[in-house]
Design a protein around this ligand. Structure first.
Ligand SMILES: [Zn+2]
Length: 124
């Protein structure tokens, strides 16, 4: 059986270790199944991180706009639910804060506004 060399790992493998370029096609990709799977895991981690950041940013904006203690509570409950717990929410928020502070500019301000809103809520 014909063998191909994976362009990523450089290992010579059987043809069936490579995905078909299109369904029903005999043409194979130049990446083996395990390298493809590893790349997909990285892609999905990146997609998840982007989605998490987006949820956190939406949450911070909602906190900023919250007009009452009940609204602040509702925003917090929604974010905790979306992240599957407060630990994950804090983890994502911490990473987003580090990223925004590194970037500089006004990005860090939204964190301050959200924290101030939370402190104001805790105070009242
Ligand atoms: Zn490979």
């Amino acid at each position: 059986m014909k063998k191909l060399i994976c362009r990523d790992c450089g290992v010579k493998k059987e043809l069936d270790e490579f995905r078909r370029r299109k369904r029903g096609s005999e043409v194979r990709t130049h990446q083996c199944h395990s390298c493809h799977a590893a790349e997909e895991r990285i892609r999905s981690r990146i997609r998840r991180a982007k989605k998490d950041r987006s949820i956190a940013v939406q949450g911070m904006s909602a906190l900023k706009r919250a007009k009452s203690a009940r609204q602040v509570e509702a925003v917090c409950a929604t974010m905790i639910e979306k992240f599957g717990g407060i630990n994950r929410l804090c983890e994502v928020w911490k990473d987003l804060l580090a990223r925004d502070l590194k970037r500089g500019g006004l990005a860090g301000m939204r964190h301050m506004e959200a924290v101030i809103r939370l402190l104001h809520y805790c105070d009242s």
